[in-house]
Design a protein. Structure first.
Length: 215
């Protein structure tokens, strides 16, 4: 277990004083939630059409990790002090020491944000996550037929890989190798992953299992 808190101090949880720091169990981590920026210039903007809206913040403490069904520790790859982006609906929100905080599992973490910067070039996917820049919707079909906004967006399940994680951790302690890397074009599940915007560009963070093919 890792924590930035003093074990001998008192803390406040949802308005109640507790005798020690809140310690995450298993593969949970406690994150101090950051306020989303109000401008698109160089910042992270949540997509209004996102499958689920992400949140982000600084990791305050982590649990020791979870175990595979057959045994063997799944280690924590996120450390105290790092900034992470995670799925909004995967955690439990609370007030801890007068700050908006959330408890999420490592499975809910999409990526780290290098240096705490909220920019596309700061994204570092963890484990089997893949960061993809979505292809722009075409204004017309191959036959010259103008597409509606709905028709164009419905088929936008291709894009370019910007960054990949090290791969899915297997029970033997090794990571599953990827057959593609940054720069590859991929076809992915239409409703898979979590969509985010950096500036005017749309991205999606997916699991490798949500990617059908690449070229």
């Amino acid at each position: 277990m890792s924590t930035a808190a003093d074990a001998s101090s008192t803390h406040e949880l949802n308005g109640t004083t507790i005798s020690g720091p809140l310690v995450p169990a298993r593969n949970y981590l406690m994150v101090r939630v950051a306020s989303p920026p109000e401008t698109t210039t160089g910042g992270l903007i949540l997509s209004t059409a996102a499958v689920e809206k992400p949140s982000y913040g600084e990791v305050l403490s982590t649990g020791p990790g979870a175990y595979f069904p057959a045994g063997g520790l799944i280690p924590m790859v996120v450390a105290v002090g790092e900034t992470v982006l995670y799925g909004k609906y995967g955690g439990t929100e609370l007030q801890y020491d007068n700050a908006k905080t959330t408890l999420v599992t490592q499975d809910d973490v999409l990526c780290k944000l290098k240096g705490g910067a909220y920019a596309a070039d700061a994204v570092e996917p963890i484990l089997d996550r893949v960061f993809v820049k979505k292809a722009k919707a075409e204004a017309a079909s191959g036959g010259g037929i103008v597409l509606t906004a709905g028709a164009g967006s419905a088929e936008r399940n291709t894009g370019e890989v910007v960054a990949v994680g090290p791969g899915r951790l297997m029970e033997n302690g090794e990571t599953e190798p990827l057959s593609f890397g940054a720069g590859a074009r991929v076809l992915f599940a239409k409703f898979g992953g979590t969509e985010v915007k950096f500036g005017a560009d749309e991205y999606v963070v997916l699991r490798v299992a949500d990617i059908y093919a690449h070229w």
